[in-house]
Design a protein around this ligand. Sequence first.
Ligand code: CIR
Length: 258
Amino acid sequence: MFTHAICRLPGTNFAAGLTTADLGAPDYREALSQHAAYQRALASLGLTVKVLPASLEFPDSTFVEDTAVLFQNLAVFSRPGAESRFGEVELIKPEILTYFSRYAQIAAPGTLDGGDICEAGNHFFIGVSQRTNQDGAAQLSYLLGKEGCTSAFIDIRETPGLLHLKSGIAYLGNRTLVVANALANHPAFDGFQCIIAEEADQYATNCILVNGTVILPSGYPKLKKQIEEAGFAVMPLAMSEFQKMDGGLSCLSLRFQL
Ligand code: CIR
């Protein structure tokens, strides 16, 4: 169960962030309205949502998930793979440290974005991507190992359309994963039940299980049905403006239990 979430409002220069999506510039007002609906969705599922002010210095800073990996009472601060995002970690640190008594830091030459880390109970899938390098992945694996967790690396550098590992997988509990077709049959998922999203639904594999409900981007009826058929309640949320900036549902918050 999650009790808390930290989010950050998109800034007026949100459109100046990094993107590879060829979907046009996001509309700022619409992004704010989608962000507000996202906050309300988390609150409706029982979370206390802390909303941090926008930062004009870091246009991608609304994607707070990339700055840290939270596990029980340990916060591991990331070292983002994109230089323009380095400062986001220092920016959010004081807020995270109000909740977490223990912390660690991914160090150079390691790089790591939280979007590459998928927690599945005491097991973690760690993506090696354009943003998270082998060294960063190994540092996190070592830190999680000390917490009694296992981890598996998944190299997505050659998988088209995936910025982060969680652009293509999500963990729904009960050893069940949503997996993009491009990653289907990966040996790391042996022993897990996989809901395979067809190629057209790849964006929606970035969904989040929050206290028993799966929040899913709206506009993906086939994947919605597949997840419902697996026994989950699904709450669709419009995400178009964040998709234009390569962002998804998971990136917009850090979720944890106190
Ligand atoms: C970036 O390219 O870093 C941002 N525009 C999007 C980050 C999305 N984060 C995530 O998937 N965890």
